[in-house]
Write a protein that binds this ligand. Structure first.
Ligand SMILES: N[C@@H](CCC(=O)N[C@@H](CS)C(=O)NCC(=O)O)C(=O)O
Length: 228
């Protein structure tokens, strides 16, 4: 870590985009380290020393290393309250309810995204891919339905104000629609995605990713999506 700037370990298009957006929203200097999945860098000892689970995101701050998007976002929201990442108040019930929404993204929706987008990650028999994807799509629809209903009544996930949960939902939508989930299924979420993507922090995060993608391409390590 240089000059006490936080360092984010990330890869383009992954869920680390949510943390990247949070750092852009905070507006303080930070650094990134690109983890090249195609070179297996996430499984190498250097990275496993940062995150033994071999996943991004991970963040290194002067307080230590944190992994898990939800925990990182909670940490950043508390450390930089002026950034308004999450509406934390100190009230145990209200704050736990905010955490519940974070867990909904990371523990309920993200695993379904993985099963829908890259079923091969959890299968040894490629012949089962289509079944896993179909089931994941069915459950994603069940899980996204109440969110779509909510977004039909309010502009942002938690109400009238944007929060980092909107960036999380936008990343989930980006991943599943990029892998064939029909955006017309939930027009309210499609509209939310468009609005969330216009936010300056979201645009800056995408630009950061584009530079990383360019670097990967130059190194011959651009991600090749697996056959669905
Ligand atoms: N529960 C973790 C999940 C992180 C995760 O699955 N990250 C993916 C990218 S979206 C990853 O690094 N995958 C590489 C792998 O599992 O090998 C979190 O919320 O941070």
């Amino acid at each position: 870590m240089t000059e006490n700037k936080p360092i984010l370990y990330f890869a383009p298009s992954t869920c680390a985009r949510v943390t990247l957006t949070a750092l852009e929203e905070i507006g303080q200097p930070y650094e990134t380290r690109l983890v090249a999945f195609m070179a297996g860098e996430h499984r190498k000892p250097e990275y496993l020393a940062i995150n033994p689970a071999g996943k991004v995101p991970a963040i290194q701050t002067e307080a230590g290393v944190l992994t898990q998007n939800g925990a990182i976002l909670f940490y950043l929201a508390q450390t930089y309250p002026e950034a308004g990442l999450l509406p934390l108040s100190g009230d145990p019930q209200a704050d736990a309810s905010v955490l519940s929404s974070l867990f909904r993204m990371s523990a309920d929706l993200h695993p379904l995204v993985t099963r829908f987008v890259i079923p091969g990650m959890i299968l040894s028999d490629p012949a089962s891919s289509a079944h896993v994807r179909a089931k994941a799509e069915e459950v994603l629809k069940l899980q996204l339905e109440p969110i779509a209903t909510q977004l039909g009544k309010q502009p942002w996930y938690l109400g009238d104000r944007w929060s980092i949960l909107d960036a999380y939902l936008a990343w989930i939508w980006f991943r599943i629609t990029g892998a064939g989930f029909d955006p017309a299924t939930f027009p309210a979420i499609a509209d939310h995605y468009d609005r969330a993507s216009e936010r300056p922090s979201a645009r800056a995060a995408l630009q950061h990713e584009a530079r990383a993608q360019q670097e990967l391409t130059e190194r011959g390590l651009a991600f090749t999506p697996p056959k669905l």
